[in-house]
Design a protein around this ligand. Structure first.
Ligand code: GCW
Length: 734
């Protein structure tokens, strides 16, 4: 007998809870204005904003088996398909017509078991899935099958994405499997709900209310992650508070883990290295002290009793004031392996961050992590991953790939990227980050000949590493639209898609996201995807062209301050990075300078050592270049620099016009929100251009070339206040 999902009684409490949340999520879509809450899971009726006559057919759902994850599958499919196709689609216990959607695992679904796909599904693993159009019992049906229930859920989301992006669904033959195993969001969330480098409100985790009260929004968070294959969340800031590991807080974390579990999202915690002292009352946190090791072992046992699928610890050690093994004259391996031993019996991992740099006079910060960690290659335990930022400084608009990639063949390296745009205009600037991340993933380390890309280091195909992963510093918060800037959602989305498959083209990611989130109207789609794909280069142009880096205002890192020299630590000052003087500008990292280029393979080193061979986008990263040096365009460095800044401003202005012209096509509320943000972005781009050119001009002593507008304010005015304080624009428009 057919029943709609709404009438089912046997789905269990969680299913009903999920259903209620999903209803909330799906119901808002009837409202006229879109506040962005639904992310890329809007499931708007297909003919609305549709580009062509697209009429896929789904007539029933056959989802056999009982579990919270299968309930999530049911909720998603029924809610999604019903909205997209504008018809109520019943659940059935058997196939009784064309158009049925059969979903499940061989162990839970006799129908799927009968297909005899065991071998294929085993090869795809519990998170992989197969979607095929097949004939069953004389009927044309679609099967979504996986060895594991989470894989079936991923398959359901994949199928819904096909519908949302208007792909044909009648002749499907899809096999998918994640290329990276650990696909995790790192939340820099503090226990007081402030978020370090967070620009979208407060932390989603309400620690005071937990564990008694769990915000329903957490289901939507987990669901959004599952829709793009993200399978982990590190809940607390790497600048960690030991309290997160206390018995009281572990209960709270357990409550979150219970909500995430049906969606395949495991929780991890940042572990403060000195916790045995702060929580355990020990006199030391020396990793070689047996009492310390025993404390961590007991702590791990306690955690796994509450959260059997706990992911593991993320550790920022001996970096920016955090405690670590070096505090006790031990090394990174001593620290990481001691924690790894505590987690190993439970299959947990230690994710040890490579973001370490000491303040030493005359030292190149870009060389620090390599110097400190590379010598330990091959020494880390089997359940340790070393998490390396994409570049050697810190999430800049552009950095060459981190030299550790390719230099530690016997260590399991994970990539850390930053979704929250700390240095890229935060939640005010429209910047699509997939091209930035792709640039790093596609970088060729050359260590095993041409084609030794970072993505092959990461997925284990180059060196055969067993555990693989990618982390993204989250940009989510309590803002109704999750990410502050509506286009910030695209970066969360892009992170998930790239962690699933690091070879996914940026264009495909943008195209999918726009169709699912903003519009399927072909002309608007083309304009918006182009804007997204260009946006990262534009930000580089107006902030840090030609290899400049870290010239942001200190502390908040918003806006330009190339003149800044106020911090005691030289490597926190912009002047340390650009080294502008009367002769030229840029950081000499060749043999005549810091020689950080020596950390790359000989082939890469040869390119980066030679200013004529270095790609101009990295020029000032590696070289101190005379102002009059002729670049490939035939123009001088100074003129080229100025024109890049102008080009960035021009792009924002052109984008504002293009966006305005989309007013009738994009949802009005979303359109207005982006319009306001673009106004700030133009104000900021102008400030970047003017402040940097005025300041660098004090060294270059050259006029601005034709085509570059005269500055709107004086250098002194730009120096007096950061653009966060300059005028009321931020207050009125944020
Ligand atoms: O990007 C820098 C940030 C710090 C951050 C640090 C890190 C969590 O400015 O706020 O601290 O990197 O990655 O540890």
């Amino acid at each position: 007998m057919k029943k709609t999902y709404q009438r089912r009684r046997r789905t269990g409490a969680l299913g009903l809870v999920c259903f209620a949340f999903a209803l909330q999520l799906l119901a808002v879509s009837n409202a006229k204005a879109d506040d962005g809450y639904r992310l890329w899971l809007r499931y708007d009726h297909l003919p609305a904003n549709v580009s062509k006559d697209y009429r896929p057919r789904v007539t029933s759902f056959v989802v056999q088996g009982q579990s919270p994850t299968l309930d999530a599958v049911r909720v998603e499919l029924s809610g999604g398909c019903e909205r997209l196709l504008d018809s109520a689609i019943p659940f059935a216990n058997r196939i009784d017509g064309d158009g049925a959607l059969v979903v499940g695992t061989p162990s839970g679904s006799p129908l799927i078991d009968d297909l005899g796909w065991g071998r294929q599904l085993a090869a795809l693993g519990p998170e992989g899935f197969r979607i095929r159009s097949v004939k069953l019992g004389g009927h044309n049906v679609t099967v979504i099958a996986s060895q594991g229930e989470v894989g079936a859920l991923y398959g359901a989301f994949y199928f819904l994405r096909l519908l949302q992006t208007e792909q044909p669904i009648d002749r499907l033959d899809v096999s998918q499997k994640p290329r990276l195993q650990i696909r995790v969001l790192d939340h820099w969330d503090n226990l007081d709900r402030s978020v370090e480098r967070g620009y979208a409100g407060r932390s989603l985790w309400d620690w005071d209310a937990l564990p008694g009260k769990v915000d329903p929004r957490l289901v939507d968070y987990a669901r959004a992650n599952a829709s793009i294959g993200i399978n982990g969340s590190v809940l607390n800031n790497v600048n960690a508070n030991s309290k997160s590991l206390s018995a009281e807080y572990l209960q709270k974390t357990k409550a979150i883990a219970d909500v995430f579990r049906p969606y395949g999202v495991r929780v991890y915690l940042s572990a403060r290295f000195s916790a045995p002292m702060e929580l355990g009352g020990l006199k030391t946190a020396d990793p070689l002290d047996p009492e310390v090791a025993a404390w961590w072992k007991r702590k791990a046992d306690e955690i796994y009793k509450l959260i059997p699928d706990f992911g593991g610890f993320l550790v920022k050690a001996n970096s920016e004031g955090q405690p670590g093994p070096r505090t006790y004259n031990r090394d990174h391996v001593d620290g990481a392996n001691m924690l790894a031993a505590a987690l190993a019996p439970h299959n947990g991992v230690v994710i040890w961050r490579a973001f370490v740099y000491d303040a030493k006079p005359g030292y190149d910060r870009a060389a620090a992590a390599f110097d400190q960690l590379q010598p330990f290659d091959g020494k880390f335990a089997a359940n340790v991953l070393l998490q390396v930022k994409n570049g050697a400084i810190d999430f800049q608009p552009r950095e060459p790939f981190h030299p550790l990639f390719g230099a530690m063949p016997k260590t399991q390296l994970m990539l850390e990227v930053q979704i929250t745009q700390e240095y890229l205009g935060q939640s005010n600037h429209l910047v699509f980050l997939a091209p930035l991340w792709r640039e790093v993933l596609d970088s060729d380390t050359r260590v095993k000949g041409p084609g030794s890309t970072v993505s092959k280091v990461l997925d284990g195909s180059l060196f055969g590493q067993r555990l693989t992963g990618m982390a993204g510093v989250a940009n989510t918060g309590t803002d109704r639209n999750w990410t502050g800037h509506p286009f910030g959602q695209a970066n969360w989305y892009a992170f998930g898609r790239l962690a699933w498959n690091p070879d996914t083209p940026s264009r495909q990611i943008a195209d999918e996201w726009v169709k699912m989130t903003l519009t399927r109207e072909p002309k608007a789609l083309a304009v918006v995807t182009r804007i997204m794909l260009e946006s990262r280069e534009a930000v580089v142009d107006y902030m840090t062209p030609l290899g400049l880096h870290h010239i942001m205002w200190g502390g908040h890192h918003y806006g330009p301050a190339p003149w800044e020299n106020k911090f005691d630590r030289p490597d926190w000052n912009p002047v340390y990075y650009h080294k502008a003087d009367l002769n030229g500008i840029g950081f000499d990292r060749t043999a005549t300078g810091s020689n950080a280029v020596a950390q790359y393979s000989p082939e890469v080193r040869a390119v980066f050592s030679d200013p004529a061979a270095t790609p101009e986008k990295y020029l000032l990263w590696f070289h101190h270049v005379p102002w009059d040096r002729k670049l490939r365009s035939g123009r001088t460095l100074w003129d080229e620099l100025a024109l890049h800044y102008q080009r960035g401003v021009d792009w924002v202005r052109a984008t504002r016009k293009e966006w305005d012209a989309l007013a009738g096509v994009i949802d009005p509320e979303l359109h207005a929100a982006v319009k306001r943000k673009l106004e700030i972005q133009e104000r900021d781009a102008v400030a970047w251009r003017d402040a940097c050119l005025l300041y660098f001009q004090t060294f270059s002593k050259r006029p601005l070339p034709p085509g570059v507008e005269p500055p709107q304010k004086t250098l002194e005015e730009y120096k007096a206040k950061s653009i966060l304080e300059i005028d009321s624009l931020n207050q009125s428009l944020r």
